[in-house]
Design a protein around this ligand. Sequence first.
Ligand code: SF4
Length: 316
Amino acid sequence: MQGRHSLGACTKLFAVSPEAIIQLRDKSGRTFSREVHAEGADRHAPDLFAPGMLALETRLLREVGRCSADYQLIEPGDRVMLALSGGKDSYTLLHLLRSLQRRAPFDFDVLAVHVDQGQPGYEGEALERYLRQEGYDYRIIREDTYSIVIDKVAEGKTYCALCSRLRRGILYSAARDLGCNKLALGHHRQDAIETLLLNMTFSGALSAMPPRLEPEGDNPVVIRPLYYVDERQIAHFAELMRFPILPCNLCGSQSGLMRKRVRTVLDDLMTLSPNALNSLGASLANVRPSHLADPALHRDAASDKVQDAASQALDA
Ligand code: SF4
């Protein structure tokens, strides 16, 4: 085992059933602790000793912490409901939020909520087993939105817009019922950039998805703690953690999905410049309204100038 990883040997085994915590030391002498689970033959078994595992987790945690600090995503006393789809992103976010919970200098709660939407072939046992075995606080909500989507969406059109709107409604209502003031979604940097490109291309709007969306009415604040994170790192982490991923193509052929096609455009841009992803991501937080063409912004700027001039005249 030792030859496979950059960590030193396991130095200690000091906690007991059902979880044990091993203490590891890296080459520079720094120590880390990791949980391992002794029970459950079918338990997912993360590759704790994979090269770079700890560095990757630390990096992801740092990005989540930085994003949280920049946009006040997680605050003292929050009760955060995490929408767990069963994909790599939401599993990773759940794991990171729990790690953050243990490190944060303040208390907050995390509750995982998974919606079984009645998709054909859905098999959620592995997901529920994982949540139970890992000791997460969780709820599974079963609502057959699939039948509604099939009924309402015209043939040849994709289901996702209606499906995700219905799911969001269920999540909002669950958050209210369960007393959660924040709803955490697993969107990452590529998701935000793709949304920007989609909105520009198909809606004529310069808008993306924000890391924090203030609520309407009594809905929870929507937060996206993975906003700064590159999807490729999440994919790698999820692979090492061996999360029991639910297949994401449950609703049959969705070959017309525009998001998929925009993804190839983004891939092309990343081939053009290795820094394209960072640069596009940074552009979302570096808006120069004066260099855009929204008439309302220009009117506002002009009226601000008039007001400034008027107050200067009054002060003189
Ligand atoms: S991929 Fe399937 S489950 Fe996901 S939003 Fe689209 S229709 Fe819904």
